[in-house]
Design a protein around this ligand. Structure first.
Ligand SMILES: [Zn+2]
Length: 202
C-alpha cells in the first residue's frame, strides 16, 4: 500500500505507512528522513494522525535533540541537496572564473561535490572541487574558499608561501572589512578561516 503524507507546520512532512506486521501505531524520528508513523492495516489513517498529534511534544523534543547532536548543522534531505547542487552549478563556475582571472590563475576543470570532509580541494593536476554547501555560507566566505583553492594551484601545501599568497589575495579582496587588530601574521585570512569554522559540514 502506498504511503500517505501528513503535513504539520513543525514536524514537517510525516510519512504514514501501513505495515502488515505492525500490531500497534508507532512513531520514528530520523535525523534525515524525518518522522514516520507505522500503523497496522486495521487502524484508520485518521487514528494514526490523532496518535501522532498526541505525541507531538515528544516528537519535537527528539527532533531538537537530533539537531543539537549535529552541532546545529542542518541535515539536508536528498531533495534539498539536489536543489543546492543546481544552485551551486549555476553560481560557482562563474565566480571561480572571475576570481581566477582577477588574480591570474588558470585551472583545469571544476567539479561541484557533496561531501562532509572539505569545503573545497585542488588536485595536483590543477582541477578544483568545490562543495555545494558553499551555497549556504555568506558570499565572502565562498570567495575565501575559492581563493584558498586557487592558491593551491601555486602551492600544494599549507606552508608559509601558501599562507602569504592567500593573505595577499584576501587583503586585496576583503581587506577593508577585516579591520580587527590581530597578532597573527595572516590576520585577514585567519579571521575568515575562523568565521568559516562556525559553519559545519554535515
Ligand atoms: Zn588547503
Amino acid at each position: 500500500m502506498k504511503d500517505r503524507i501528513y503535513t504539520d507546520a513543525e514536524m514537517g512532512n510525516v510519512v504514514l505507512r501501513k505495515n502488515i506486521r505492525s500490531r500497534r501505531v508507532s512513531i520514528r524520528v530520523h535525523p534525515v528522513r524525518g518522522v514516520t508513523v507505522t500503523l497496522p492495516y486495521f487502524v484508520p489513517y485518521a487514528e494514526a494522525i490523532r496518535f501522532l498529534r498526541s505525541k507531538k511534544e515528544w516528537v519535537m523534543e527528539v527532533m531538537e535533540r537530533q539537531k543539537s547532536a549535529s552541532g546545529g548543522a542542518v541535515i539536508l534531505s536528498p531533495e534539498e541537496v539536489e536543489a543546492l547542487r543546481r544552485e551551486a552549478k549555476k553560481y560557482l563556475p562563474g565566480r571561480l572564473a572571475v576570481l581566477a582571472a582577477r588574480y591570474g590563475f588558470s585551472y583545469g576543470r571544476l567539479a561541484v561535490k557533496n561531501n562532509r570532509s572539505n569545503w573545497g580541494s585542488c588536485s595536483s593536476k590543477g582541477n578544483i572541487n568545490l562543495n555545494l554547501r558553499l551555497m549556504q555560507v555568506p558570499e565572502h566566505l565562498r570567495d575565501y574558499v575559492i581563493l584558498h583553492e586557487l592558491c593551491h594551484l601555486r602551492h600544494h601545501d599549507h606552508g608559509p608561501a601558501f599562507h602569504a599568497l592567500l593573505e595577499q589575495l584576501c587583503t586585496d579582496c576583503f581587506g577593508l572589512q577585516c579591520t580587527a587588530a590581530s597578532r597573527s601574521r595572516f590576520p585577514v585570512s585567519r579571521a575568515l578561516e575562523k568565521e568559516l569554522r562556525t559553519y559545519r559540514l554535515l
